[in-house]
Each structure stands twice: as structure tokens, then as C-alpha cells.
Design a protein around this ligand. Structure first.
Ligand SMILES: *Cc1c(COP(=O)(O)O)cnc(C)c1O
Length: 377
């Protein structure tokens, strides 16, 4: 069993992907070829945002966003300590300071109730992360930002395709950033990312920053980066977009199979009724995680931990402001466990994974002995 089966995904989508790759090889415009604008138009329409700017990775998307917002050395950006390192890294790379607000133990997303107390005259932006594929409490966060004149950048690297109160992730705030890292819900076959906004001025700034701050050829109006997403990767995402809704439905089926087994028996990351998750990860909450992981490993079931150490406890980030030490993030980091997930995982296989896990933690299986026999290897 694979944690995320990218080979099965390629085989299923192969004709479309191969044709798209061949078209790029035939026209030879490897940088800023026609597939780049085509993808940007398609993704903007999908999310409902007016503008989409593809970039070389999700990390670059965050960096370019903050540059366009004018984040400078000494500025502060409020974010969550319970994320992939790139969230805080983009802030630090600009000389700005990540200020951590603790997470909600139910969703593992930033707790909006803790944000306002962390705002200072130096705060420029709030950067929530839509972790595991589920949007953060964006309306509450946007309301705080509006009161204080701040921008909101959604790190939607894990949540492209998710919905929140009838709107799509990436189109929920000033700017939304996503990643096409291969294992993300919508992945390419290398590095890639995209930025979304409905603000024409910010969109123009981000387009320029992506190509070395260039407003016209060899006219550098601002300081930028080399942050383009290449044509081949855009072509691959275009091909994969054709099957994306179907894949999300398959992910939801796998999640439902897990839910049916775990509900009432095991700690799970909570999900709001007003939003959907695209299940970048299906994550449970367990005690004795290492022991549980080794039982699953012995049964041939791969697992992962997202994330074992909160950002404010990483060596390079220690000493940053994390009021009270963000105890919820610390506690969750010790207990979360992500299970195999993906559109090509058979829900019946997910049920077997769940049965093995329930046995490992000493919980009775739903349906009792029947299911135990049915799922015995
Ligand atoms: C994957 C990820 C990123 C970085 O995306 P890359 O494309 O790998 O640079 C940023 N933030 C979060 C929450 C992520 O999961």
C-alpha cells in the first residue's frame, strides 16, 4: 500500500497527460508558453478569483504574495505554528517576524479568537493555513483584518478545491496561495504553485515580481524573484484538472470509509459543516503514536506525521513570539497521525487500515467480530 499512490493516478490519466506533454514538446515554448495563461484562466474560473498567477512552488507563492503586500523587515505577520515550515519561512525571508497564534484543538487550524490579542502597530498581515485540506475560519479572520486594516493571505497549499460557505478555498481573502507539489490534491510532476486574488493592483504586482520585478522587457520596476512555473508543469496540471472533481469525490469516499470506522472510537480532526475538506491528509489523533505507527508499519500500512514539531520549536525559529508557547499546537504535534489517502485508494482498503488501527489502540471494531473476520489478512 502507498501513502499516496501517484503511479496509479498517472496510469489512470495517462492519455491526457501524455498528449499535453507532447504538445509542449512540439511547440517548444518551455517558459511562459501558452499553457501557462490557459491554466491561469482555468484556475481563476475554478476558484472564482479574478486573477491567477502561476509560480514555481507553493513556497514561492507565499513569498511573492508577501512581497506584493509590501511586507518589510521588522513587520509582523500573524500565523499558525502548526504547519509546514514554508509558511513561516516566507515571512522570515523578507526580514519580517512570524507571530504565532495557537490553534483550535478541534480543527488544528489557527484559533481566530487568539489573533486579535497578537496584533501590534507592526502587524501587516494574517496568514492562516487551511490545514489537511480544510479551510480555516476565514470569515472570522477577515473580519479581524478589516477592523485593523490588515491583509489576509490564505496558505491553501493543502486545500485547493475545498469549499467554505459556498466559496472556494484560494478565493476567501485578499490573496490565496496554493501548491502543485506532486502529493498535493492537485499536483504536477515537479514543483509548481499558484496565487489568487481579485485585486487588480496586487495581481499586476505579483505578475511582475514573478519575473524579476520586470514591468517591460529589461525594465525592473521593483525587486522580484525568478519564480515562474514552467510550461510542462502547467500542461500537466491542465490534464489533471480534467479528472480533479472525480478525484475529490473519490477522496471523500475514502474519508467516509475512515469516518465510519473511527467515529466515536478514535480522536479525529474535526470538520465544520459549513466547509469541505479535500483531504490532503486524513489525520487522526492517537496516544502512543510511535507504537501505533509501528503496528501499522508491521502490517504494511504507511503513515506520516503532519507535523511532529511546531514551527516555533524548530531550531532555526526558536525565540520567535509564540504567546504562552502555543500549548495546543505542542500537544497536537505529539498525537496527530496521517493515514493513507488518495483517489486511487479503495475505500475497502481504507476500512482495513482503520480496523488495524482500532485494534492497535484496543478499540472494538464497529460491527464486532464479523468485521474482524472480514478484514483479517
Ligand atoms: C506544501 C506546503 C507548502 C509549500 O509548497 P511547495 O510547493 O512545496 O513549496 C506551504 N504550505 C503548506 C501548508 C504546505 O502544505
Amino acid at each position: 500500500m502507498e501513502f499516496i499512490d501517484l503511479k496509479a493516478q498517472y496510469q489512470a490519466a495517462r492519455p491526457g497527460i501524455d498528449a499535453r506533454i507532447q504538445a509542449v514538446l512540439d511547440h517548444g515554448q518551455y517558459i511562459m508558453g501558452p499553457e501557462v495563461a490557459e491554466l491561469e484562466t482555468r484556475l481563476a474560473a475554478y476558484t472564482g478569483a479574478r486573477h491567477c498567477i502561476t509560480v514555481s512552488s507553493g513556497t514561492e507563492a507565499l513569498l511573492v504574495s508577501l512581497m506584493a503586500l509590501g511586507v518589510r523587515p521588522g513587520d509582523e505577520v500573524i500565523t499558525t505554528p502548526f504547519s509546514f515550515i514554508a509558511t513561516a519561512e516566507a515571512i522570515v525571508l523578507l526580514g519580517a517576524v512570524p507571530v504565532f497564534a495557537d490553534i483550535d484543538p478541534a480543527s488544528c487550524n489557527i484559533d481566530p479568537g487568539l489573533i486579535e490579542g497578537r496584533i501590534t502597530p507592526r502587524t501587516r498581515a494574517i496568514m492562516p493555513v487551511s490545514l489537511y485540506g480544510q479551510p480555516a475560519d476565514m470569515d472570522e479572520i477577515n473580519a479581524i483584518a478589516t477592523r485593523h486594516g490588515l491583509a489576509v493571505v490564505e496558505d491553501a497549499a493543502q486545500s485547493f478545491g475545498a469549499t467554505y460557505r459556498g466559496r472556494k478555498s484560494c478565493n476567501l481573502s485578499t490573496i490565496g496561495c496554493t501548491s502543485f507539489f506532486p502529493s498535493k490534491p492537485l499536483g504536477c510532476y515537479g514543483d509548481g504553485g499558484a496565487i489568487f486574488t481579485s485585486d487588480a493592483g496586487l495581481a499586476q504586482a505579483m505578475r511582475e515580481i514573478r519575473v524579476h520585478g520586470q514591468s517591460r522587457r529589461y525594465v525592473h520596476t521593483r525587486v522580484g524573484v525568478g519564480g515562474r512555473m514552467d510550461t510542462l508543469q502547467c500542461a500537466i496540471v491542465l490534464a489533471k484538472l480534467e479528472r480533479f472533481e472525480w478525484e475529490l469525490a473519490q477522496r471523500a469516499r475514502v474519508a467516509a470509509a475512515y469516518d465510519a470506522m473511527f467515529s466515536g472510537r478514535l480522536g479525529m480532526v474535526g470538520r465544520g459543516r459549513d466547509r469541505s475538506s479535500v483531504f490532503a491528509q486524513y489525520t487522526v489523533v492517537v496516544d502512543e503514536r510511535e507504537r501505533v505507527q509501528s503496528v501499522l508499519h508491521a502490517a504494511g500500512i504507511p503513515t506520516a506525521v503532519h507535523y511532529p514539531v511546531p514551527i516555533h520549536m524548530q531550531p532555526a525559529y526558536a525565540g520567535l513570539s509564540a504567546e504562552g508557547g502555543c500549548p495546543v499546537a505542542v500537544a497536537m504535534a505529539a498525537r496527530v497521525l496521517s493515514l493513507p489517502m488518495g483517489p486511487y485508494l479503495d475505500p475497502a482498503a481504507a476500512t482495513e487500515v482503520a480496523a488495524t488501527l482500532l485494534q492497535a489502540v484496543g478499540e472494538p471494531l464497529p460491527g464486532g467480530a464479523d468485521l474482524l473476520e472480514a478484514t483479517a489478512p
